[in-house]
Write a protein that binds this ligand. Structure first.
Ligand SMILES: [Zn+2]
Length: 80
């Protein structure tokens, strides 16, 4: 369990500079924008922000599909 590809990772542990080790992290929703969501990853030990991730609407749909949560939402494409 050591896949840390930043484009496509489900963070469970990331390197924390303060703890100087790969620490389990907590995902926190930082910001919701119309076309993306930004998540912050915090070290569960010291609370330091150790990573950040942007998920676009498309990626989110893919992530949902891959995580097995098959909520059937119509693929609504909104042009704003
Ligand atoms: Zn830490």
């Amino acid at each position: 369990m050591n896949r840390q590809q930043f484009e496509n990772f489900t963070a469970s542990s990331l390197y924390c500079e303060k703890c100087r080790a790969a620490m389990p992290v907590r995902e926190r929703l930082l910001l919701v924008l119309p076309d993306r969501e930004i998540f912050d990853y915090l070290c569960t030990e010291c609370g330091l922000s150790v990573g950040r991730r942007e998920i676009t609407a498309g990626e989110k749909l893919m992530a949902q599909a891959m995580s097995g949560r098959t909520r059937r939402e119509p693929a609504s494409i909104r042009l704003q």
